[in-house]
Design a protein around this ligand. Sequence first.
Ligand SMILES: [Zn+2]
Ligand SMILES: [Zn+2]
Length: 221
Amino acid sequence: MTDICVQPHKDDHPALPALRLCAGCYYGLRGHIKALPRLHADLGGHLSAPAVVTTVSNGPRAAQDGDRDPLVIAETRSPINPAVAELRDQIRHDLVWWTVYVADQRGFKLPDNDLRQIGVWLWRQIDWIAASLPAAEECPPVMKALAGRARAILQPSGAKRIKIGPCREVLEDGPCGGTLYATCRAEDDPRPSAIYCGECDFEAGPESWRRFGRDYLKEAG
Ligand SMILES: [Zn+2]
Ligand SMILES: [Zn+2]
């Protein structure tokens, strides 16, 4: 049995004891599986496609002061954004697929058909996934890609992603080394902002910002 992480890395990353994944891949997988049911729910709020507005303005000459606003000749809004709907289906499909796979391999009963419960169930199986081939090879890139695509869709809605600095979560073999981001949502968006790591499962809500900021700056100083 090899003790090198089975995920592709430029150089060899030692696997965690009894696992096939290095600390970065292991904690990344935890973070992505933890986040996916919530990302799936958040994407539900982005299902309607943006309206496509066609206008006419002033004909061939350039606009001048005093011109009327352009006239809207068509405003079409398709009820469903197919890219978001497809990604939500894919998230559900892949979480369910891996849940059925692990339950089947281990002879466990399936959780209820609720994505949040499926996510919690699968999250508890991460040590088994990380210790088993081919699961340790195939599951992490799937979860990472899904979480990345979901976050890319969810960010632009007025939310800004601000790079904070290196993550200092201490994993088994040292600091995480991923990058911390803060999402600052638009003012009229009731959802809270968060600080999260792009690599491990670190996530802090707005209620812990003050304490987090103080500790973070203290460590940096
Ligand atoms: Zn790795
Ligand atoms: Zn981290």
